[in-house]
Ligand binder design. Structure first.
Ligand code: GLY
Length: 569
């Protein structure tokens, strides 16, 4: 599908997919880490150099991101860890998603007239689910790592105690959430200096975060879900009007789920199952596209087909996806070739299909946060991790003594059928609030495994995660490097609102005009979105390459285990 990079205006040599025919290497012999912050990438490489595997490195990167990228993720949030053990080929999806507290009720975000109380699911303690990330770190380290938690958490503990440099992105996102952070004493103390946003480069120490990590290092799961940390969180949330209980913490555990797998253009795609909607949507989209000869299409029709494909898989998301432990999700049917064939047959090649079967809704979209990192170690073990506190700086509450923000993941539930959340996503019964339930996610950590290359990818971006990962897979299949895939221009359609969004410069004026003539509503956004991190191993040459999204401030570095890492461009 070599037009992709041209039709989406990425300046690239039109090489097309390489003709792979090679002696396949069984391990890379080097390691690579790509994440949203250089400190986190360095922490991953430090742990790999200390003899850790990709899973130990994932724990280190995750804990550092929770400190230095608090707008995106942290111990107060959750995440998904997609792991592949090279030796056995075992793949697992560790679901460390937040859960609704047992006090949650279906209508908790509706007023007496049944109307949504918008900010209640976004700001303050009611917006938070029970955090899952700490359980994920412990589980990954204890079950799959080689090093003790005390070693893999050391870089984060060290940075928290010695201080980390407040960055440009921290600052921009903090400006966006300043008022609400200032209203919470714990958050204001941690993130504001005399009530103001810290200057770029300001060193911030966080001894409370180090203390919490030390408890986890010493006591594992109990170090967070029992004892001092659990007590601080329960008492602190309840003092602010919330209703968390010891039972919420006693009963929190990660769930090991079978990843979703399907084939596309000779690759085995391994990706996120429910409660993520990502894998189902990616399978639907790629299986629709697989039946269309995209090489024959002109630019307008090409983008039209991508848009119509996104529209249909996001429609499935709205109607069918939710926590599979609470609601049966018809995964096999949604991922079947027959369903893809039906959706493909619905596409009118000349006209846009209006997404009019549900009430139109076009809220101002919140800025998205979340973070993704990708790791390949010297043995070929893979880790794709997407973690989040949901919107920037989560619910803007820091329980004093903890050093981390709580999430506002409750907003990822459907508070009322047809009413959009902060990402404009709608949902129904499958994603209704229930005690102990996990809110539906779009986070889509993914592996692309082929004879020729193995790629690890993912991104933050709320509802747009799925369309970004889809475009990333198409780019990599098209012969893009990891860096080109991370940088590629983006378009997005999510069924409702019925709008095709394009990053500035992603579509030419002629293509936009052509799409409008077909009936599409095209909006050129005033900003870019996403922060994709890709790691890739070329099994023919043995080379590793990685990409850090130029929209962010992350880094992608490759290094030999036990040797000093070199910057990878
Ligand atoms: N909170 C964003 C997501 O999980 O999709």
């Amino acid at each position: 599908m070599k037009q992709l990079r041209v039709y989406l205006c990425l300046i690239a040599v039109l090489s097309g997919p390489p003709a792979w025919a090679c002696d396949v290497a069984d391990k890379p012999g080097q390691a690579v880490v790509a994440s949203a912050r250089p400190e986190a990438t360095d922490a991953g490489l430090e742990i790999l150099a200390a003899g850790g595997n990709a899973f130990d490195a994932a724990v280190a990167v995750s804990a550092v991101l929770g400190l230095v990228e608090p707008e995106s993720s942290g111990l107060g949030g959750g995440g998904f860890f997609l792991l592949r053990d090279a030796k056995s080929g075992h793949e697992v999806f560790v679901d460390a998603r937040e859960r609704a507290p047992f006090s949650a009720t279906r209508d908790m975000f509706l007023d007496g007239d049944g109307e949504p109380i918008r900010r209640k699911s976004i700001d303050g303690v009611h917006a938070a689910g029970i955090p899952g990330l700490a359980a994920g770190l412990v589980h990954v380290a204890e079950r799959y790592g080689r090093l003790p938690l005390s070693r893999s958490l050391r870089p984060a503990i060290r940075l928290a105690e010695q201080g980390w440099a407040f960055g440009s992105k921290n600052r921009a996102m903090l400006g966006y959430r300043k008022e609400v952070l200032a209203a919470d004493a714990g958050a204001a103390k941690l993130f504001l200096i005399d009530g103001e946003v810290p200057q770029q480069g300001q060193l911030l120490r966080n001894p409370d975060y180090a203390k919490v990590l030390r408890r986890i290092a010493e006591h594992g799961h109990a170090g967070f879900y029992e004892g001092d940390t659990a007590k601080l969180l329960i008492d602190g949330v309840n003092a602010l009007g919330g209703a968390w209980s010891k039972r919420d913490f006693d009963e929190y555990s990660v769930v090991e789920r079978e990843p979703l797998r399907f084939r596309y253009h000779g690759y085995q795609l391994v990706t996120a199952p429910p409660p993520s909607s990502g894998g189902v949507a990616l399978a639907g989209a790629l299986q629709i596209l697989d039946g269309i000869d995209m090489t024959k299409l002109d630019a307008v029709t090409f983008v039209h087909v991508l848009t119509e494909t996104m529209r249909r898989v996001y429609r499935d998301r709205a109607e069918h996806l939710g926590d599979p432990d609470f609601h049966p999700v018809p995964v096999d049917r949604l991922m079947s070739l027959a369903h893809a064939r039906d959706m493909r047959a619905e596409i009118d090649m000349q006209h846009a299909t209006p997404s009019s079967s549900l009430p139109a809704a076009s809220p101002a979209l919140e800025r998205e946060e979340t973070t993704h990192f990708s790791i390949i170690d010297a043995d070929g073990n893979l880790a794709a991790v997407t973690q989040t506190v949901n919107l920037p700086y989560g619910n803007a509450v820091v329980v004093p003594g903890t050093g981390f923000l709580l999430n506002n993941e409750m907003d990822d539930f459907s508070m009322k059928p047809g009413v959009p959340n902060a990402f404009g996503l709608i949902g129904g019964e499958a994603n209704a609030i229930a005690p102990g339930k996990r809110p539906l996610s779009s986070m889509s950590p993914t592996f692309m495994i082929g004879e020729d290359q193995v790629a690890v990818l993912g991104t933050p971006g709320g509802s747009r995660i799925i369309s970004m990962v889809l475009l990333g897979i198409l780019e990599l299949d098209d012969g893009a490097t990891a860096q080109q895939a991370a940088a590629a221009p983006r378009i997005h359609h999510q069924y409702m609102p019925d709008v095709l969004s394009a990053e500035p410069g992603a579509l030419t004026p002629e293509v936009i005009e052509g799409l409008r003539a077909m009936g599409h509503t095209v909006e050129v956004a005033n900003r870019t979105w996403g922060n994709m991190h890709v790691a890739r191993w070329n099994r023919c040459t043995g080379d590793l390459d990685a990409g850090a999204d130029p929209r962010g401030v992350g880094s992608a570095r490759v290094g030999k285990a036990g040797s000093e890492a070199a910057i990878f461009e």
